[in-house]
Design a protein around this ligand. Structure first.
Ligand code: HAM
Length: 403
């Protein structure tokens, strides 16, 4: 029997209802914030991710579903959504046009990771990207939007916050970190020795315990910010305080993708095991230039949908829509016509098999329908239909035209 690939799941009952509910809540909130839908391809040129997510990242270094297609193009399944949206933004020449562009998207992402609880090879993200706003108020809005989505879904969270500085303060910080690492070269792990050369700040979120002990003494990013980064970070904290969004500062939060500067944040849950990050994002003011566009400030985030599913508190489901059934084969055509009519405005499900009334009522109940509508022999002769409201427990018979 052919099975789905390792780390790639089907989404069906009972998760499908939660998945759909999540998308409904997230898209409504994103729309309320003034964002509109964007869709980009699942397959892109490999170079796009090498130049954005970064060659030093695990995602590009180890986890890409990369292959040469029939036209000899080096392509890969997208491991994340930001790079594709930035490519579309530049390709449409919106960088040159200027103005503010705000988008949301959702869909599958692919990373060849070692599957475990909460870590899949195909997973789904809901993402947001905002282009053209260079002030920290937009960063605050991003964080507030994630908080709104999680709160609406009844999910508790911890917010971790950091600033990664910009091109004024980051190079100096990087030098002092490399200096620190050079003096401890023998004690740090092989991965960190490599990171020291490719992208030194990535050492800060090394999972190796000995490394973490060493990095407690490392120079702190937040203590080395330039005036403008420092002032933005203070503003961001003030806005979050005023909106009752609590946060913890994590000076070692550097994110697993190379394109960030200034604000970086992660939402984590302590209820889902070791893969605890449920959303992550930040500012990426340099990325548009890196991809040959005109410099444009940008900020965004993505939520990992599968990680949230078990945490979602679903609203109590109430009865809705119609169940249609016939008690006799002769009435099926009429019942199909009545269902088709109802479906133009409401949910209506039809049972094709003739059954007695008791069994039709059972079927309607199982579907959580509000109305059970049945045609038996009498109704067929009279041109009527029998209807029961399953919530109010009332019944009546009406002319088919009045349905
Ligand atoms: P990311 O932190 O790599 O950021 O991914 C965002 C979220 O996707 C994570 O917090 C996690 O919930 C989920 N996720 C990541 N990998 C997996 C996996 N293997 N299995 C299940 N869920 C996973 C980004 O992707 C950035 N593009 C976010 C962003 C948008 N930054 C700015 N704009």
């Amino acid at each position: 029997m052919i099975q789905s690939l390792r780390g790639m799941n089907d989404i069906l009952s009972p998760d499908n209802e939660r998945f759909e509910y999540f998308l409904k809540v997230a898209t409504t909130i994103a729309t309320n914030y003034g964002f509109s839908y964007i869709e980009t391809p699942l397959l892109e040129e490999t170079a796009l991710f090498k130049r954005s997510v970064g060659e030093s990242s695990d995602i590009v270094g180890k986890e890409m579903y990369q292959f040469i297609d029939k036209g000899e193009n080096d392509v890969c399944l997208r491991p994340e959504g930001t790079a594709g949206v930035v490519r579309a933004f530049i390709q449409k020449k919106l960088d040159k046009a200027g103005g503010i562009h705000r988008w949301f998207y959702h869909g599958p992402m692919f990373r060849y990771e070692r599957p475990q609880k909460g870590r899949l090879r195909e997973f789904h993200q809901f993402g947001i990207e905002s282009f053209g706003v260079d002030n920290v108020y937009e960063d605050a809005s991003m964080i507030m939007m994630v908080a709104d989505i999680l709160t609406k879904l009844g999910i508790g969270y911890k917010l971790e916050l950091n600033s990664l500085g910009d091109q004024n303060c980051m190079p100096e910080y990087r030098d002092s970190l490399v200096n620190f690492l050079n003096k401890r070269e023998d004690a740090i792990c092989e991965d960190c020795k490599r990171r020291k050369i490719t992208n030194p700040i990535r050492v800060l979120d090394c999972k190796n315990r000995e490394c973490q002990t060493i990095y407690k003494e490392a120079p702190k990013l937040l203590e080395n910010l330039c005036e403008s980064c420092e002032s933005d970070f203070t503003k961001l904290k003030t806005i979050l305080d005023e909106n009752n969004i609590s946060y913890e500062i994590d000076t070692h939060l550097v994110r697993g993708l190379d394109y960030y500067s200034k604000t970086a944040f992660e939402f984590v849950s302590d209820e889902i095991g070791s893969q605890s990050a449920i959303a992550g994002g930040g500012r990426y003011d340099r990325l548009i230039e890196f991809l040959d566009g005109k410099a444009t400030p940008a900020v965004g985030f993505a939520i990992g949908i599968e990680r949230l599913l078990e945490l979602i508190k679903m609203p109590e489901s109430s009865r809705e829509g119609w169940y249609f059934g016939a008690m006799d084969e002769n009435a099926i055509t009429t019942i199909l016509k009545a269902t088709a009519q109802k479906r133009k405005s409401e949910k209506a499900v039809v049972e094709y098999k003739p059954k007695n009334l008791k069994n039709h009522l059972k079927g309607a109940d199982k579907l959580n329908a509000l109305y059970c509508a049945v045609i038996g022999e009498n109704e067929l002769n009279d041109g009527t239909i029998w209807i029961k409201n399953l919530e109010e427990k009332t019944e009546r018979t009406v002319k088919l035209e009045e349905l």
